[in-house]
Unconditional design. Sequence first.
Length: 261
Amino acid sequence: MTLLEAASAGVVQGITEFLPISSSGHLVLLHQYFGFKAPDLLFDIFLHLGTVASVLVLFRKKIFLIFTKERALFGFVLLGTLPTVAMGIVLGKTLESFFTQPRVVGWGFLVSAVWLFLGQRFRHPQGGGLSAGKALLIGVSQGIAIVPGVSRSGATIATGLLVGLEGALAVEYSFLLSLPAIGGAFFYKVFLSKTGESPALSSFLGKEGSVILAGTLLAFGVGLFAIRVITRLVSKNKLYFFSLYLTLLGLLTLFLFGGQP
């Protein structure tokens, strides 16, 4: 992996993880562009860790309150994480195969486009707070977003709006929900899977570690900017723009890769 490839992946990850346009789908297309024969899932998880770090920085006060005064929110985050864990366990091998199929990504983009449109069009006009039922439904949407092309932030934010969350709370809960999901994926890939087969891990521990670290740091820096952008756009009811973008990108992806098996 070259510095350009790692840096490009870091910028793409930082932008697309928080803007509701699917980081996993864009990384699959980026891998296709650079000619990778198979996705390096552990390297992608390192990039996700970069964006997780940006969540930790920007939401550090809220995270502190979760462990001190707002214990209910801690419970909602755990509850929302359960569907993602269940889907990862049951469909893990099948889901990993999707990362080599741009056609699946194309359909995922279209699903995200519809999801965002519905979230914007039918959002609750007054908003409201979290409950166990709402947290579980948003968690199910995050589980579905394991499929590349389906935006995790888009699915969770749109579902939050549909079940009646106020816009800022929908964004906040979406980002807090990313912490155990991505952290758990990283722990599994490093400690529980056959990491000896992973080019990313051996590279990170070897001479290419600085290249991978550069991509991760770029994902962190760009992620800080993207979080502020999506928070502002959700408050101004601008999700339609992302829905249009994903519709065009999904159709283009299916046109270019739809004939692949």
